[in-house]
Design a protein around this ligand. Structure first.
Ligand SMILES: C[S@@+](CC[C@H](N)C(=O)[O-])C[C@H]1O[C@@H](n2cnc3c(N)ncnc32)[C@H](O)[C@@H]1O
Length: 220
């Protein structure tokens, strides 16, 4: 099944329909962006628009790209009902074949739960010097995520270890402002009796996702 067919089906069934922003976007925004004027943001694979809408409510202009026509249709309806439609533009686009996202256009790029390595050159070119990129993705260091849960989406190919993503980001000249592991399953953890249970807890119930905030240096 291709990504468009899968995500059209999920969105038709009203899966992934929440408009709650990811808590990491909220905390990264507070830390890195709340002091600066809103600008132009790109929401990569933005789904039904939760992050575009949240940013638009803070004065940003946003462009949302996604392969799912059904997702984009719902994102447009969501933007309308939240009064943010005039701040967001929408485009159905298959980011597996996109080579060009423009040059130095965006002050902020957000990529939540859609990461593919080949898109990096286009993302790096599209962001303005001094601009910020916020990425969140599954953490394969959690063995259940890396061996099973990541593949529950049949279109997923390979998870990216945190060190690899950091390397990719830094190799493009970005400075990592924050690298953080998120969403440990604390409720499932075994009472720690020895080093073994501590390792089991870490690799089975440790952080399921991680996030990176990276800045493109200003031109000299
Ligand atoms: C897990 S959802 C995340 C949506 C959004 N970023 C969020 O956090 O709410 C993954 C998104 O990636 C989109 N997607 C999957 N493959 C894609 C592709 N090849 N090009 C563009 N979007 C794609 C899906 O349609 C879906 O909206």
């Amino acid at each position: 099944m291709d990504e468009k067919t899968l995500w059209d089906k999920k969105y038709r069934e009203r899966s992934h329909s929440s408009l709650e922003p990811d808590p990491f976007l909220v905390s990264a925004y507070d830390e890195f962006l709340s002091g600066s004027a809103p600008g132009f943001a790109l929401d990569v694979a933005g789904g039904v628009g939760r992050h575009s809408i949240w940013l638009a409510q803070r004065g940003w202009r946003v462009k949302l790209l996604d392969v799912s026509e059904v997702g984009i249709k719902q994102a447009k309806e969501n933007a309308k009902s939240t009064g943010t439609a005039s701040s967001i533009s929408f485009e159905v686009r298959d980011l597996n074949v996109v080579q060009d996202l423009g040059r130095e256009q965006y002050d902020l790029i957000v990529v939540f739960f859609f990461l593919q390595r080949e898109l990096f050159p286009a993302l790096a070119a599209a962001i303005k010097p001094g601009g910020l990129m916020i990425l969140e993705t599954p953490n394969p260091e959690n063995l259940l995520v890396g061996s099973c849960n990541f593949y529950l989406d049949p279109t997923h190919k390979n998870p990216i270890p945190m060190a690899t993503l950091r390397l990719l980001v830094e190799a493009r000249g970005f400075l990592c402002e924050e690298v953080v592991k998120l969403h440990a399953i604390n409720a499932e953890k075994i009472e720690v009796k020895d080093q073994l249970t501590s390792h089991v807890n870490h690799y089975l119930y440790g952080p399921m996702n991680y996030a990176i905030v990276a800045r493109k240096p200003k031109a000299e």
